[in-house]
Design a protein around this ligand. Structure first.
Ligand code: VGL
Ligand code: ZN
Length: 210
């Protein structure tokens, strides 16, 4: 059993209606992890939420690229970008965090992907690998160390947040059964390999809850 320390942080990634069944970029089984995340959250003093938050003309939307369909890729200034259905458009219902998530003690919601020309899977650093969200600064200033990551999607926003956290010197653990994946083109397997290489630990919720 893993002991959760008073300064450990639970990060809940992108539990928004567009990533849940019925949403514009629904992740299969995304709703199944809500009760588990709620239970895990009771064990943590510090909870942080991330929220994918795009303008209606965001560059990651296939609708912004003539002749392109969702899940195809394009080359942008900062490198390859997977194109998505329009999702998490700010002020839309799909961008709202699920009301079934019961984490009243969450201390911070960090929005990402609000720059039209830069996507941001990671809660720490945008896809240009230069623009910071400020989350690392927040954690550092508050002296918070070990990060436990849950939410959607395992192979995109969870993985990138985990890898950037590890690269930033944080001790990062992903709680696998409290995530669900998009898994397009082997992306889930690759994400786990990348996370392992970055030193991210992989546990199950029973390791914390018993
Ligand atoms: C995500 C694709 C596009 C995610 C966000 O939350 O994993 N995936 N935007
Ligand atoms: Zn997005």
């Amino acid at each position: 059993m893993l002991e959760i320390a008073p300064d450990d942080v639970l990060i809940i990634v992108d539990m928004q209606y567009d990533f849940l069944p019925g949403g514009n970029l629904a992740v299969a089984g995304g709703d199944e992890i809500v009760p588990l995340i709620n239970k895990l959250a009771t064990r943590f003093t510090h909870v942080i939420l991330t929220q994918d938050w795009h303008p209606a003309d965001h560059i990651s939307f296939a609708s912004q690229h003539a002749g392109k369909a969702p899940f195809e890729s394009v080359e942008l200034d900062y490198g390859p970008q997977v194109l998505w259905p329009d999702h998490c458009v700010w002020e839309s219902h799909g961008a709202e965090i699920s009301r079934d998530l019961k984490v009243p003690h969450a201390q911070m919601i960090i929005r990402k992907g609000f720059n039209r020309a830069i996507d941001s899977y990671s809660g720490l650093q945008e896809a240009d690998r230069e623009t910071l969200t400020g989350l690392a600064g927040y954690l550092g200033e508050r002296d918070l160390g070990r990060l436990y990551i849950t939410g959607l999607a395992t192979d995109f926003c969870v993985a990138w947040t985990a890898i950037d956290g590890a690269a930033g010197g944080f001790d990062v653990t992903v709680i696998e059964d409290a995530t669900r994946a998009i898994d397009a083109d082997g992306s889930l397997e690759k994400a786990w390999a990348d996370m392992e290489e970055a030193g991210v630990l992989r546990i199950q919720s029973r390791d914390i809850l018993g």
